[in-house]
Write a protein that binds this ligand. Sequence first.
Ligand code: HEC
Ligand code: HEC
Ligand code: HEC
Ligand code: HEC
Ligand code: HEC
Length: 179
Amino acid sequence: MSRLLKLAACLLAAVRVSSAGSGPAIAQDGSGSASSVADAPKQPIAFSHKVHAGRMKLSCRMCHANPDPGESMTIAAAAVCMNCHSTIKADSEEIKRLAGYAKSGKDVPWVPVYELPSFVRFSHRLHLEKNNTCQECHGPVAERDVLFREVPTTMTSCVNCHQAKKAVTDCSSCHELPN
Ligand code: HEC
Ligand code: HEC
Ligand code: HEC
Ligand code: HEC
Ligand code: HEC
């Protein structure tokens, strides 16, 4: 480990000790999980994965591309939705609102469900290349009308899977020194 990374690790460990008191070095449970649908964020349009990914069996990648450099999954623009919804349910209030976004070219202001603090390094592409599945980290999405953070994104949950799959567990893999 370089000295810089060691320093980063010490700094992070120090923050942990001062904010969380004593405890095992790796067991930490933040507010990373929402245990029920009651904790689901209110979305601007009542979109259902159960209808689109479940009943209609549309592939996740149709709406969630993974553009370079591959860290994030994106959410398809309203114009993609309108390929179907210019005719399907075009009279519904929800779809009229959707059509409004598509027409103005504005992004639909979807509220994030899963979100890591900026000091954590995470790449979807790296995980997908190692055959981790969407469901392992996001639950049975295709059965849900409404998404909530049903799989925690705490440090403990990352580390548990990393230990089970013999992936990296050193601090500097997931954290870089804040600027
Ligand atoms: C491949 C076609 C297709 C695409 C693409 C598609 N939908 Fe749908 N959507 C449907 C169908 C079919 C239904 C069910 C209609 C029904 O219940 O009769 C539906 C239902 C809906 C409803 C419920 C409408 C209501 O009032 O009942 C909403 C809201 C919706 N879609 C939003 C979206 C959004 C947002 C996107 C893009 C992210 C999208 N859809 C993409 C086909 C599609
Ligand atoms: C027809 C388009 C469509 C398909 C197909 C689709 N999604 Fe989505 N997805 C959306 C939209 C729109 C949102 C934002 C609204 C919401 O959170 O429900 C979203 C949100 C999400 C989120 C939460 C994103 C965040 O901000 O934290 C996850 C996770 C997700 N989808 C996973 C999946 C998985 C896994 C599949 C396949 C089983 C899938 N989606 C299929 C349109 C789609
Ligand atoms: C190893 C765990 C893991 C896997 C596998 C995974 N995700 Fe995620 N996903 C996350 C985490 C963690 C976040 C929050 C990322 C952040 O805030 O930087 C996230 C965020 C998202 C988002 C919100 C946009 C973004 O990138 O922040 C969408 C959409 C999403 N995931 C869809 C999917 C889909 C679809 C799949 C499968 C093709 C998938 N995810 C596989 C852990 C995972
Ligand atoms: C479902 C299991 C699983 C979960 C959950 C998971 N990971 Fe991973 N992660 C893996 C696997 C498998 C690898 C690849 C290990 C390898 O190639 O040696 C990996 C690799 C990584 C790497 C790349 C290491 C490198 O440089 O090659 C980082 C960084 C990482 N994960 C961060 C995270 C973070 C942050 C979280 C939690 C938000 C997380 N992971 C959750 C399974 C998981
Ligand atoms: C596999 C990825 C991963 C590894 C390895 C990892 N962390 Fe984390 N760490 C995270 C994630 C994800 C969070 C954010 C959790 C949340 O949002 O609740 C986090 C949060 C933290 C925090 C902030 C805690 C708080 O109270 O907000 C500190 C400090 C920290 N980690 C230190 C460390 C140290 C020290 C190590 C090495 C012993 C380490 N981390 C190893 C993923 C990891």
